[in-house]
Design a protein around this ligand. Sequence first.
Ligand SMILES: [Zn+2]
Length: 251
Amino acid sequence: MIDVHCHLDDSSFEADLEDVIHDAKAKGVEKFVVSALVDVGVERAFEIALTHSCVKLSVGAQPQSVTEENYSELLLNIEEALKRHPVVALGEVGLDRGREGGDITLQKKLLRECVRLADSKKLPLIVHSRGAGREAIELLLDEKPEIPIDMHAFDGRVSTAYEASRKGVMFSIPPSIVRSDQKKALIKRLPLNSIMLESDSPALGPQPGTRNVPSNLLATLKVIAQEKNATMQEVAESAYKNSLSFFLGRL
Ligand SMILES: [Zn+2]
């Protein structure tokens, strides 16, 4: 398995990162794409990637942190971080209409710039879209990028996701699927060739409020297999193959 989106640079992993990685590997997770966020700070993520060959990096910013004041700096910091070794995708970037609020017009402006940046660098794009799934997908498809797009932990309508999947958009599914009817309905409708696995660790675990870890990809796999009437092996192989092609051979 490949965990296409996680935050192993989070402080909750500081004490036992080696155990967390070791345990995930023992359960079949081979690679981890850590999302380095310029609004949070990317140094820890780069440090982990440089000392672990199984850890790859994507670089982005949380959409809800964008303000008039930091807009140019965020974009510049993303561009700078992309120049560093070894970045395999741009993201997460996106739209967030969650509780924190934030300026959606600015978020859209930044997302458009990031789509163009990713396209110019031939980097796949990992997209966050809390409460704004349809808006994000419309903006992305409007830009007509040639790079692959992954909607991470998509919380929007199943019909929107299905239409997007027919246009080549991928969906990575987190372990919170075990307690989410929306995510179960989502994977029921999506073809296996549109589905990848992510943990989004330490968030979106099987139990709310408990630290999520990449080994929980197994829990996701189990639910997808049940809902799709497939074996776990079939789902794992399909998601693995999808992930390798999504990252354009960079993993
Ligand atoms: Zn995330």
